[in-house]
Design a binder for this molecule. Sequence first.
Ligand SMILES: *[C@@H]1O[C@H](CO)[C@@H](O)[C@H](O)[C@H]1NC(C)=O
Ligand SMILES: *[C@@H]1O[C@H](CO)[C@@H](O)[C@H](O)[C@H]1NC(C)=O
Ligand SMILES: [Zn+2]
Length: 542
Amino acid sequence: MFLKALISLLIFALGAARHPEAPVARGNTPPINPAEYTAEYWINEAQSGIKKRSQHDPDQNVARNLIMFMGDGMSIPTMSAARTLKGQRAGNTGEEEELFFEGFLGVGLVKTYCVDHQVADSTCTATAYLCGVKNNYGTVGVTAAVSRHDCEASLLEANRVQSIAEWALAAGRDVGIVTTTRVTHASPSGAYAKSSNRHWENDAEVLSDSEDPDKCVDIARQLVQMNPGKQFKVILGGGRREFLPNSTIDEEGHVGTRSDGRNLIEEWQQDKTNRDFSHSYVWNRDQLMNHFDSPPEYLLGLFEDTHMQYHLEANATTEPTLEEMTEIAIKMLSRNEKGFFLFVEGGRIDQAHHANYVYLALDETLEFEKAVIKASEMLPQDDTLTVVTADHSHVVAFNGYTARGSSIVGLSDQPDSHGMPFMTMSYTNGPGARGTQGNGIRDDIREETDFGQLRWRSHADVLLYEETHGGDDVAVFARGPHFRMFAGLYEQSQIPHVMAYASCIGPGLHAPGCNAATTIHVTALLFAFASLAKIILTNMIL
Ligand SMILES: *[C@@H]1O[C@H](CO)[C@@H](O)[C@H](O)[C@H]1NC(C)=O
Ligand SMILES: *[C@@H]1O[C@H](CO)[C@@H](O)[C@H](O)[C@H]1NC(C)=O
Ligand SMILES: [Zn+2]
């Protein structure tokens, strides 16, 4: 027993530091359609989806503001269980409860596979839902013509794709990113980074793969020094270590990871000073709250050296909630009359699932929901399009057949065929795999000393140091202009194109109301002109 625990701990410790490099074993599988290696293929695929669905979309409004809420790994069983937990925390049976965004009327499903993998990671999906192009596992902001680790190919202009954040900036909108993970981690990196390896968050990682960090620039440096990252008005999350030299100790006593000696937090501040913008860097919640009433033009908040803490374990003095970060980001971005694009990630739903911490995954989902509620309270539906989605599924299962109202994080009513109990929420794989007592009889989980505690791992079938993502579809919920366009089952890479359509940005098709919106502006201008003339005339008469 002890040895088994030690081995699984070791496997976990070895693996947990890095997302697994899934092998590309293609064997005798049929060839991939070569067109998928181009951006055009996915862009055209999205445009034809837009053409088809727009015939059933009577909406004449357009979206000035765009918000994408992305629950990392928020699979459908995760939402079903989270809504049940929400109801049970309120003292009810729970199953009848609703997550706020489940009430949105635009509901669809998306296919999450990436070009070289049936089951995606969070960078190929980020490229799909933020750049509108599918690509290879472990790569971001580049087409599938770039294989993982191929620095040279990622530098070719034809292989680099733009994100919806770039489309928004080009249209004069403001942009922000908010996450509970490192701001350089897979999902948020899709908004600004082009890299053939998601692990190149700092230059030392680039060097360790024998590549030149001045050529294939690491993700943190891309965020601070390059476009579009240096134009982002608000950047909130974790990941201080990727911005600091390995000789620097941060505010909480952790050492930086960079070997190029750069202090990118200082560089970020210097850039805003040079460009004469008010700005602030904050590293804890109290400092963030000091800016709540009148935030500066630019704000960088890095609240942990790596990912932010799980909400249930977080130090409330140092860690803001996702809801608080979302609120201040919206306050800042709303100052632009042309509108904005904001990306908000509940990033630790995924990480809790990877560790088989099902209760933490559900609680993170409910924290994510609070951020969506806050945003919806702050912004009117008639010109803000809110899209809530996930990047990929997980192999968490909602098992039968427990009685109505039973604890969603408790045991199933029914024991297994050997009389041993099992959990209503369990996993197909992960570090929570247990041994058996021989004859296939499972150990009794109730006898484990940490049974039911926050970091108790629910049981899994196959032992893996990290539970895997799932290949099944994830949901999309939309509210605001053109919400109907999100109905149906389609490729994940259509999402940003549909958002761009509704918001009159980007290179693709735009909603009919986009022309009307221009007309309205001209009318408003004429009206303003007439009023001005009237004032001048009145004054002249006087
Ligand atoms: C820190 O960076 C220096 C270069 O600035 C490098 O020589 C050294 O190996 C790095 N140390 C660690 C622990 O990575
Ligand atoms: C929270 O962090 C602050 C600042 O580091 C520290 O002083 C305080 O003791 C921490 N609180 C808890 C409950 O750990
Ligand atoms: Zn993951």
